[in-house]
Every structure is written in C-alpha cells, then in structure tokens.
Design a protein around this ligand. Structure first.
Ligand SMILES: Cc1cc2nc3c(=O)[nH]c(=O)nc-3n(C[C@H](O)[C@H](O)[C@H](O)COP(=O)(O)O)c2cc1C
Length: 346
C-alpha cells in the first residue's frame, strides 16, 4: 500500500484535552465503564466505553450505554448538551442490524467525540455504519472521529477507503478478540498501535515501529484492566499480576470462547487469554462438552476460576494495580525520557 505522512499532531488537534504521547484505553465490553473512561480522559488520554454488539430495538446494551453517557457527562462536569463529550464508544459490529436506527441516535444525543468499530463479519459491513454517522455529522452540531480496529492489511485498506479518521492497528500480541490470521497511512488518518503494550518501552517502540513514520498514539487494553478504576473483578486483576511470562502464560485460540459458550464471533477472529483450567483440561484430552459442563457447574456455584481472562502477551511485566492517572502520566513521562536517552545514544 502506498503510504504518505499524516499531518503532524492530528490526534491533538481532534482531541485538544489530550497530552502526549496519545494514549487511549481499548473499549473492552464489560470492563470499561464511565468511571474508567472518565479517569482516562481526565488524565489526558482518550477514554473509551464498550457499547456492545446488539443494536436491535429494546437492546439493554444500548439502554445501559445511554445511561452511562449521561453519567459520564456528570462525572466530567460537562454541562450543556451542546458541548461535546470527550469520551469514545466502541462497538463490536458482527451483527450490525439496527446500528443506524438505534445506536447513532444515542451517540448524537450525547455528542461523543469518537466511535470505534471492530470485528465486522465482512469489512464491507462498516460502510453503511460509517455513512450513517457521517450523515448526522454533516448536520454540523456533532463533531466525531471514527476509529476502526484492523488486524490485516486488507482490512486496513478497506477502512481507509471507507473514510475512517483513525486506524487502530491491532497485533497478535493483543489481549481479547483479534484476527485469527493477523499481520498504512494516508493523509488525515491517524494510526494507533494496539497489542502487548503495557509500559513506556512498548509505547516508544510502537511510536517508532508501526509504520515507517511510527504510530501517532497507543491503545492499551490489558494494562487498563489492572487499574483501580477498572470494574473488572479483583480475581481477574490478580491473575494478570500473577503471570510472569505473557508469551507462555497466554494463548490465542477460539477455544476460550467455546469453553464459556461465548463462541459467537465470525471465524476470522479468535482471542488471546490466560491459559487456565479449561484449556489445560482440553490439552489433557477432555472434550469440549465436558469442559463446558464443568464451566457451567462452577459458575452456578459462584466459582469464577474457570472464567476466561482475556489478556495480551504484555501481562508478564504488569506488576501492580495503579490508578489510571498514575499509569498515563507515568508512561508519558517515562516515554519522553526514553526518547531523550535514545537521541543521546544515536
Ligand atoms: C479484556 C479485554 C476485552 C476486550 N474487549 C474488546 C471489545 O469489546 N471490543 C474491541 O474492539 N476490542 C476489545 N479488546 C481488544 C482491544 O481492542 C485491544 O486490541 C487489545 O486490548 C490490545 O492489546 P493489549 O490487551 O495487549 O493492550 C479487548 C481486550 C481485552 C484484553
């Protein structure tokens, strides 16, 4: 693909409250509420809330989203509905029916600053969703940037052709769902790197590496799970802290979804999670049916030891639960020092 340089500091221009390097949390469905997203935005990053995958009329996911956005506005003390809300919403798009009619109205009502689309059944399915957002944006009272997360060059090309503002380039080190067969720049498109980034070293590497001119910012998912503001259960945070080598402790497979009966993603996606009891039993010869039954029995007893802990390969270097502010400011400061040290050396 022919790549040309993006204008400098595009992300800063679009999201003026942010500080650099640009950091966003991934919109992890079930693990990102307005407390976490609000804290990320307040700390100078861009906070995302996972908005869901069901856009049918009466969707409880959309009703919850509406309530959360009202709460986010109150938490960030942004009064006056004409003002934009510096929070983004991420959607999983493999069942897009109803998005245009039911989701876009909520996004417009709250004037969210960004919309993130990921995991379509076919890349072409994003076209009508993007057009629906642009149509409302064209009325002039809502300024929104569209992020699309991609994991292959083909998906990146399609997203660029569909006119996205930000490409989130996801690598196979990422936690959670991703392209099973995973791995661009154009004018006025920003590039963000995602996958396995948990600290300043990863941030600086991504800024230098993702394309020949570097990424414009980073997205972290797993690292934000181990923050005090993240609504994930403590047991999940502790599993992340306990891992010492993410390359060995996690595995990328569709089995994580099979074992907990959440195998609803199209076949071009799988997911990375910590190797747990179910995976080990499967390797030892247990059938999927046996494992699903054991999973359901444990869940009924309130035992969450078999729950899938989605996590990227960076977990081995996550040692502490920290506040969102400590995390973002710490990475930003350390990244600047690291770049200065590199500059001295070369
Ligand atoms: C617990 C968890 C849940 C996730 N849920 C979503 C999701 O709902 N939508 C989405 O687009 N990506 C989701 N992802 C993937 C992220 O968008 C991102 O690519 C990934 O977190 C980056 O890798 P990292 O976890 O190593 O930082 C999830 C990731 C994790 C770890």
């Amino acid at each position: 693909m022919a790549l040309t340089s993006s204008p400098e500091r595009l992300l800063k221009q679009w999201f003026p409250h942010t500080t650099t390097p640009f950091i966003a949390n991934a919109p992890m469905l079930g693990f990102t509420d307005c407390r976490l997203a609000g804290a990320v935005t307040r700390a100078g990053g861009l906070g995302f809330i996972g908005g869901g995958f069901n856009f049918e009329p009466g969707s409880t996911q959309l009703a919850n989203l509406d309530a959360r956005l009202t709460q986010a506005r109150a938490e960030l003390e942004i009064n006056g509905s004409a003002l934009g809300l510096p929070i983004g919403i991420g959607f999983v798009t493999f069942t897009p029916t109803g998005f245009e009619e039911n989701a876009v109205a909520i996004l417009e009502k709250h004037r969210v600053t960004a919309v993130w689309l990921a995991f379509p059944k076919s890349d072409a399915d994003h076209q009508p969703l993007i057009e629906a957002i642009r149509k409302v944006q064209g009325k002039g009272h809502w300024d929104v940037k569209i992020f699309v997360q991609v994991g292959t060059v083909e998906a990146a090309k399609q997203a660029l052709a569909q006119g996205v503002d930000v490409l989130v380039v996801q690598g196979v080190d990422a936690g959670g769902h991703q392209w099973a067969q995973g791995s661009a720049r154009a004018n006025n498109v920003a590039i963000m790197a995602a996958g396995g980034i948990v600290d300043a070293r990863g941030c600086v590497a991504a800024l230098g590496l993702v394309t020949y001119a570097g990424a414009d910012g980073i997205v972290m998912g797993t690292r934000f799970i181990a923050t005090s503001e993240c609504p994930a259960p403590l047991s999940m945070k502790e599993s992340i802290l306990a891992a010492t080598d993410g390359g060995v402790a996690t595995i990328k497979t569709t089995k994580h979804d099979v074992f907990q009966s959440t195998d609803v993603f199209p076949r071009q996606y799988d997911g990375r999670a910590i190797i747990g009891i179910s995976y080990n039993e499967s390797n030892g010869g247990a059938s999927d049916e046996e494992i699903i039954q054991r999973y359901n029995e444990a869940r009924e007893k309130g035992d969450d030891q078999r729950r899938t802990v989605w996590a990227g390969t960076g977990i081995g270097i996550i040692k502490k639960i920290v506040s969102v502010e400590e995390l973002i400011k710490g990475i930003q400061q350390e990244a600047k020092l690291t770049v200065a040290r590199i500059a001295e050396r070369i």
